[in-house]
Design a protein. Structure first.
Length: 269
């Protein structure tokens, strides 16, 4: 029995399958935690999603920005971006089942047995793990609610710079989602900067979220994806970047949560 975490699939089913074979993944006894962005940009998002759906009892996803965007496109009847290559999913008769399944998945989770916090983009340095999980639960209630469509419609509005109790539920939802699924850099005032996507050396005025003292001092493991430009390197033993850019010609990374051993499969793209 083993627990694994894996970086962004983004429709790269060949590499995903190879990694599962390399660790002899057994859905009847093993569990896989996917850090999000299981769909979009790669050649076979449908195969990735369908495999996870069929083995959902042994899979958990912390939803990423591409996953939420796909759900939003479904709810809002938005045209899908051709670059996302999601046509096969939207043409599938199982689309409603896939969407419903994704809505059962969290934005973040904590595995006490591995002392590990997992989310797509990381942990807001202003949040404790306990408060982060509460925020994730609030957001999940929003995207599972009867008016989920309204939350997805508001998801694309400007990011609230500061959290305060007077924010309405739509603003709170957007604030939480942006930190969990889009975070890379923080400004000098510790607010979220959403336009920079490069390496940690690309800007002297911005700080990677994991370089914040609150993150450096954590004793827990933090496991995330989203930031392919890091190439898996954070310089911190307890902060594990698993998006190694498979869809961009890099590789896909799987980690054994017990040993923290990482296995890398080179991209075929």
């Amino acid at each position: 029995m083993a627990d694994y975490a894996i970086g962004d699939l983004q429709g790269c089913f060949t590499e995903f399958s190879r990694l599962l074979k390399r660790v002899d993944f057994n859905p009847s006894k093993d569990h896989l935690y996917l850090v999000g962005d299981i769909v979009a940009r790669g050649p076979d998002s449908l195969a990735c999603l369908d495999y996870i759906y069929r083995h959902q009892d042994s899979m958990t996803i912390t939803l990423g920005n591409h996953d939420l965007h796909m759900i939003a496109c479904h709810y809002l009847n938005k045209p899908i971006n051709p670059k996302d290559k999601l046509g096969a999913i939207f043409d599938s008769k199982k689309l409603p089942s896939y969407i419903t399944y994704l809505q059962t998945q969290p934005l973040a989770l904590y595995l006490a047995q591995h002392q590990s916090f997992i989310s797509h983009a990381g942990l807001n340095p202003s949040w404790s793990i306990k408060s982060a999980l509460k925020h994730a639960q609030f957001a999940k209630r929003c995207y599972q609610s009867a008016n989920a469509k309204d939350f997805f419609e508001k998801m694309y509005q400007p990011h609230p710079d500061v959290w305060h109790d007077k924010l309405n539920d739509f603003d709170k939802f957007r604030y939480i989602v942006n930190y969990f699924t889009r975070m890379r850099f923080l400004t000098s005032s510790n607010t979220l900067e959403l336009s920079a996507k490069g390496t940690i050396n690309d800007s002297k005025s911005l700080t990677p979220w994991f370089a914040h003292p609150n993150i450096k001092s954590l004793e827990n493991n933090l496991i995330f994806g989203h930031w392919a430009a890091l190439e898996g390197v954070t310089q911190l033993d307890h902060v594990h970047a698993l998006d190694t850019g498979c869809v961009w010609g890099g590789s896909m990374t799987l980690m054994d949560l017990q040993t923290q051993h990482k296995i890398v499969e080179k991209s075929t793209l």
